[in-house]
Ligand binder design. Structure first.
Ligand code: K1U
Ligand code: ZN
Length: 139
């Protein structure tokens, strides 16, 4: 597995809009493995492909304490967001050392492909909802 360099603000490549993944093939599966390795090494709870200079709609997340519950979201679509909001302090691996309050939907539902290319739906609230919305903003 490769450790990928993470782009940092103010790198203009962070503004590039990611395109949908056309096929969940061996290249994307290697990207997912490399992104998980990079996220764990950086001690993040999420990472978007944009942050490693790959401009395709791929996200990895792990909010578990044991760091053994990886979640892979490919071509994520927000299908529902609560009107109820939560405000949390957020950090970003691309803006090291900066934390600030961000208001986001308290609960969401997202449809995405997993690392095997199967479609699945996720209902999220709390930190998972915050993290998914943060990573989707990167894309
Ligand atoms: O996308 C990223 O830059 C990763 C980022 C995700 C994130 C953090 C906090 C709230 C929403 C999304 C990080 O993982 S930064 C590291 C960090 O702040 C953190 C690490 C462990 C627990 C909580 C926060
Ligand atoms: Zn970030």
């Amino acid at each position: 597995m490769a450790l990928l360099p993470i782009l940092c603000y103010p790198d203009a490549r962070l503004h590039q809009v990611a395109r949908p993944v056309q096929a969940v093939d061996a290249r994307i599966q290697k990207l997912v493995q490399d992104m998980l390795h990079t996220m764990y090494e950086a001690q993040g709870i999420g990472l978007a492909a944009t942050q490693v200079d790959v401009h395709e709609r791929v996200i990895v997340i792990d909010i578990s304490e044991q760091r053994n519950e990886p979640l892979v979201l490919i071509n994520p679509e927000l299908i529902w967001a609560s009107t109820d909001k939560q405000r949390n302090e957020e950090g970003c691996l691309s803006v090291p050392g900066v934390y600030d309050g961000v208001e986001r939907a308290s609960a969401i539902r997202v449809r995405a492909l997993n690392a095997q290319g199967q479609s699945h739906e996720i209902a999220a609230e709390g930190l998972l909802a915050v993290c998914i919305q943060h990573e989707m903003d990167h894309l």
